[in-house]
Design a protein around this ligand. Structure first.
Ligand SMILES: Nc1ncnc2c1ncn2[C@@H]1O[C@H](COP(=O)(O)OP(=O)(O)OP(=O)(O)O)[C@@H](O)[C@H]1O
Ligand SMILES: [Mg+2]
Length: 219
């Protein structure tokens, strides 16, 4: 089983939004482990009609056993959501993961805060990718400047950028992902591209339909 962790010391940057949308897009053999005592992902799943993805709250102490059990149960991907702190949950999740994603809004406030996350990543000797989230329309210069700041911290920038879109906020209260609420929308396109890239990073098999899909931009 492959594992992707969402971590960021800053609150409200999109960790849970990315976690639930990735888990929905990745399909029914995905488990989402919520390490955040706020249990946002669990609350999202309580509103959900569908049985999948499996969503479960775990303390960081139980994560290793939870991942082992999920692998034995036949899940092929675990997505881990973490609280907004460079604390034990984020560190344990990052160490357990094959891929670490750090959502970050391309704003100076968020970029200043990213240094703490970068320190945690560096001290653990882990490779992490920053995913720019909720980027305003256009914002080319802002994104270029943000990329330079991120690369200065030693982290890389993921090739998929998620824009500020109402579809993400609208899907949340009904316990759905954007690929379910607006499957042909731009947000769904972004999440599908992010999932495809995550699968490539984790060397997971992608359904042939997705592999054949031409890369598209959703700006
Ligand atoms: N790309 C986006 N476009 C529009 N709204 C977004 C986007 N990403 C996240 N949001 C909204 O921003 C808010 C914060 O997102 P989210 O809860 O995912 O952040 P978080 O990092 O998990 O926060 P916390 O650290 O408190 O757990 C939510 O209302 C969410 O709907
Ligand atoms: Mg959250």
């Amino acid at each position: 089983m492959k594992t992707v962790a969402l971590i960021a010391q800053k609150g409200g940057v999109g960790k849970t939004t990315l976690a639930v949308n990735l888990a929905v897009a990745a399909g029914p053999t995905t488990a989402l482990f919520d390490l955040d005592p706020q249990e946002s992902a669990v609350i999202w799943s309580d509103r959900r009609q569908a049985e999948t993805p499996h969503v479960e709250f775990l303390t960081e102490r139980r994560l290793s056993d939870g991942l082992k059990a999920a692998g034995k149960q036949g899940f092929d991907l675990a997505v881990i959501d973490t609280p907004p702190a460079a604390g034990p949950q984020a560190l344990t999740a990052a160490e357990a993961a094959g891929l670490v994603l750090v959502p970050c809004r391309p704003s100076l406030v968020d970029l200043d805060a990213i240094r703490r996350t970068a320190q945690l990543i560096k001290s653990a000797g882990i490779k992490a990718y920053v995913v720019f989230n909720a980027a305003p329309p256009g914002a080319t210069t802002l994104l270029e400047d943000a990329r330079a700041i991120v690369e200065g911290t030693g982290m890389s920038v993921a090739p998929v950028i998620l824009r500020e879109r109402s579809a993400y906020r609208a899907a949340w209260p009904v316990g759905k992902g954007v690929t379910e609420t607006e499957p042909k929308g731009k947000a769904a396109g972004e999440i599908s591209d992010l999932k495809k890239w995550v699968f490539e990073q984790l060397q997971m098999c992608t359904p042939s339909k997705v592999q054949k899909k031409k890369a598209t931009t959703h700006g």
